[in-house]
Ligand binder design. Structure first.
Ligand SMILES: C[S@@+](CC[C@H](N)C(=O)[O-])C[C@H]1O[C@@H](n2cnc3c(N)ncnc32)[C@H](O)[C@@H]1O
Length: 215
């Protein structure tokens, strides 16, 4: 599946800015390796889903038709956009992570969210993910790491534009951490990391993946 073509088509009813935003996102974020880590059945929740691109890609993947898919974000405008583009059966909401029922999801993803949140708030978010997952459930985290340094400065410049100038992302001051910073937070929230790796990219962005399991 070509994520750029799917993004362009899925958001065709949205404003040009939102449509370009998801297409650039599809071009610069390696969604396919993330999608490959999701189960093909059960229930999944994407936390901080933004315009819902990852969910929209998953929901349009024929091998994942049996999934029950939920997305949540605290930005109501993004959730409105996500709802307008959603496939039947997909649920997007602004419901706080802590209000989802306990132990119901087989997989919870959190993609490029932690860098927008102060580090002292990570543990509440990751514990919320753990609470929502069934025992043995899978946490999929994708963040950007702070190395090599030239990529770090390039992504900082991009985020300064995105958060401060264009207001595309609501959040705290962006900050990118070394892999061990994310790993320690994931483990401290009660997960076992079962996979971690840099995700290949042809851009200035150092994508890094963690897959973890709730004990
Ligand atoms: C950089 S965007 C990434 C969006 C999406 N995950 C993606 O990969 O395209 C970060 C998102 O996290 C959301 N966010 C940050 N903190 C959040 C929180 N505590 N609860 C829900 N959403 C949050 C922001 O509103 C924003 O949409």
């Amino acid at each position: 599946m070509n994520s750029v073509r799917t993004a362009w088509k899925a958001y065709e009813g949205e404003g040009l800015l939102a449509r370009l935003h998801v297409v650039v996102r599809a071009l610069t974020c390696p969604f396919q390796p993330l999608m490959d880590r999701f189960p093909t059945t059960g229930a999944l929740l994407d936390v901080g889903c933004g315009h819902g691109l990852l969910i929209n890609l998953l929901a349009r993947d024929p091998s994942r038709r049996a999934l029950k898919i939920y997305g949540t974000d605290h930005d109501p405008a993004k959730i409105e956009s996500a709802r307008r583009t959603a496939s039947p059966g997909v649920v997007f909401s602004t419901v706080d992570l802590g209000l989802f029922p306990e132990s119901v999801f087989d997989a919870v993803s959190i993609v490029d969210v932690l860098y927008t949140v102060r580090k002292d708030a990570w543990s509440a978010i990751l514990q919320g993910c753990s609470r929502a997952l069934r025992p043995g459930g899978r946490l999929i985290v994708k963040e950007v790491v702070d190395r090599p340094r030239w990529k770090h400065w390039a992504i900082m410049a991009q985020e300064a534009l995105s958060v401060r100038v264009f207001g595309i992302t609501r959040g705290d001051r962006p900050h990118f951490e070394p892999p061990e910073g994310y790993r320690q937070a994931i483990v401290a929230a009660g997960f076992s990391v079962i996979e971690e790796r840099p995700l290949p990219t042809a851009t200035w962005i150092s994508h890094y993946l963690f897959v973890a399991q709730k004990s």
